[in-house]
Design a protein around this ligand. Structure first.
Ligand SMILES: [Cu+2]
Length: 118
Protein backbone atom coordinates (compact mmCIF):
# COMPACT_ATOMS: atom_id res chain seq x y z
CA UNK A 1 0.00 0.00 0.00
CA UNK A 2 1.36 3.42 -0.89
CA UNK A 3 1.58 6.18 1.67
CA UNK A 4 -1.13 8.02 -0.25
CA UNK A 5 -3.54 5.12 0.17
CA UNK A 6 -2.68 4.71 3.85
CA UNK A 7 -3.22 8.41 4.42
CA UNK A 8 -6.55 8.29 2.58
CA UNK A 9 -7.69 5.26 4.59
CA UNK A 10 -6.70 7.03 7.81
CA UNK A 11 -8.49 10.22 6.80
CA UNK A 12 -11.66 8.30 5.93
CA UNK A 13 -11.64 6.38 9.22
CA UNK A 14 -11.18 9.64 11.17
CA UNK A 15 -14.17 11.15 9.38
CA UNK A 16 -16.27 8.05 10.11
CA UNK A 17 -15.10 7.92 13.75
CA UNK A 18 -15.84 11.62 14.29
CA UNK A 19 -19.28 11.24 12.76
CA UNK A 20 -19.92 8.24 14.97
CA UNK A 21 -18.87 10.14 18.11
CA UNK A 22 -21.21 13.00 17.32
CA UNK A 23 -23.95 10.47 16.67
CA UNK A 24 -23.46 8.95 20.11
CA UNK A 25 -23.40 12.22 22.06
CA UNK A 26 -26.55 13.32 20.28
CA UNK A 27 -29.47 11.50 21.92
CA UNK A 28 -31.67 12.48 18.98
CA UNK A 29 -34.60 12.17 21.33
CA UNK A 30 -37.53 14.56 21.04
CA UNK A 31 -39.03 15.20 24.45
CA UNK A 32 -42.40 16.89 24.72
CA UNK A 33 -43.45 18.99 27.67
CA UNK A 34 -46.48 21.08 28.49
CA UNK A 35 -45.81 24.56 29.84
CA UNK A 36 -48.70 26.57 31.29
CA UNK A 37 -48.24 30.31 31.66
CA UNK A 38 -50.44 32.21 34.10
CA UNK A 39 -50.21 35.37 36.18
CA UNK A 40 -47.40 35.22 37.28
CA UNK A 41 -45.72 31.88 36.82
CA UNK A 42 -44.84 29.07 34.43
CA UNK A 43 -45.87 25.53 35.39
CA UNK A 44 -43.83 22.74 33.84
CA UNK A 45 -41.81 19.61 34.58
CA UNK A 46 -39.11 19.99 31.93
CA UNK A 47 -36.01 17.84 32.32
CA UNK A 48 -33.43 17.34 29.62
CA UNK A 49 -30.09 15.88 28.67
CA UNK A 50 -27.61 17.47 26.31
CA UNK A 51 -28.49 16.65 22.73
CA UNK A 52 -32.20 16.30 23.38
CA UNK A 53 -34.61 18.14 21.16
CA UNK A 54 -37.30 19.71 23.30
CA UNK A 55 -40.78 20.39 22.05
CA UNK A 56 -42.52 22.76 24.43
CA UNK A 57 -46.27 23.10 24.08
CA UNK A 58 -46.93 26.41 25.77
CA UNK A 59 -50.43 27.59 26.68
CA UNK A 60 -51.82 30.42 28.75
CA UNK A 61 -54.60 29.99 31.28
CA UNK A 62 -55.46 33.68 31.55
CA UNK A 63 -54.02 36.59 29.55
CA UNK A 64 -51.44 36.98 26.77
CA UNK A 65 -47.93 36.06 27.94
CA UNK A 66 -44.62 35.56 26.23
CA UNK A 67 -41.82 33.10 26.69
CA UNK A 68 -38.28 34.35 26.16
CA UNK A 69 -35.39 31.88 26.40
CA UNK A 70 -32.27 34.06 25.97
CA UNK A 71 -29.75 31.18 25.82
CA UNK A 72 -31.45 29.86 22.70
CA UNK A 73 -32.60 33.18 21.26
CA UNK A 74 -36.27 32.15 21.40
CA UNK A 75 -39.09 34.60 22.04
CA UNK A 76 -42.69 33.64 21.35
CA UNK A 77 -46.06 35.03 22.29
CA UNK A 78 -48.50 32.80 24.15
CA UNK A 79 -52.18 33.63 23.75
CA UNK A 80 -55.05 32.08 25.72
CA UNK A 81 -56.86 29.39 23.73
CA UNK A 82 -53.83 28.72 21.54
CA UNK A 83 -50.84 26.41 21.82
CA UNK A 84 -47.42 27.84 21.01
CA UNK A 85 -45.01 25.11 19.94
CA UNK A 86 -41.32 25.77 20.56
CA UNK A 87 -38.79 23.25 19.36
CA UNK A 88 -35.06 23.48 19.97
CA UNK A 89 -32.07 21.33 20.78
CA UNK A 90 -30.33 21.75 24.13
CA UNK A 91 -26.59 22.03 23.63
CA UNK A 92 -25.23 23.25 26.98
CA UNK A 93 -25.41 21.77 30.48
CA UNK A 94 -26.84 23.69 33.41
CA UNK A 95 -29.79 25.93 34.10
CA UNK A 96 -31.85 27.32 31.25
CA UNK A 97 -33.74 30.41 32.32
CA UNK A 98 -36.83 31.83 30.71
CA UNK A 99 -38.99 34.83 31.41
CA UNK A 100 -42.29 36.29 30.34
CA UNK A 101 -41.76 38.77 27.51
CA UNK A 102 -45.24 40.32 27.31
CA UNK A 103 -46.44 42.82 29.92
CA UNK A 104 -49.14 40.73 31.57
CA UNK A 105 -49.91 42.59 34.78
CA UNK A 106 -48.49 43.80 38.08
CA UNK A 107 -46.33 40.71 38.67
CA UNK A 108 -44.95 40.52 35.14
CA UNK A 109 -41.39 41.55 36.09
CA UNK A 110 -41.05 38.54 38.42
CA UNK A 111 -42.57 35.99 36.05
CA UNK A 112 -39.99 33.44 35.01
CA UNK A 113 -38.84 29.89 35.31
CA UNK A 114 -35.98 27.54 34.60
CA UNK A 115 -35.08 23.93 33.98
CA UNK A 116 -31.90 21.90 34.15
CA UNK A 117 -29.97 20.28 31.32
CA UNK A 118 -27.88 17.32 32.49
CU1 LIG B 1 -45.67 38.90 31.59
Amino acid sequence: MSYKKIFLALAISIVIWTGFSFGVSDSGEVKEFDVVASQFRFEHDISANIGDTLRLKVTSSDVVHGIYIPDYDINEQVSPGQTTIIEFKVTKPGQVMFICSVMCGSGHMSMGGSFTVN
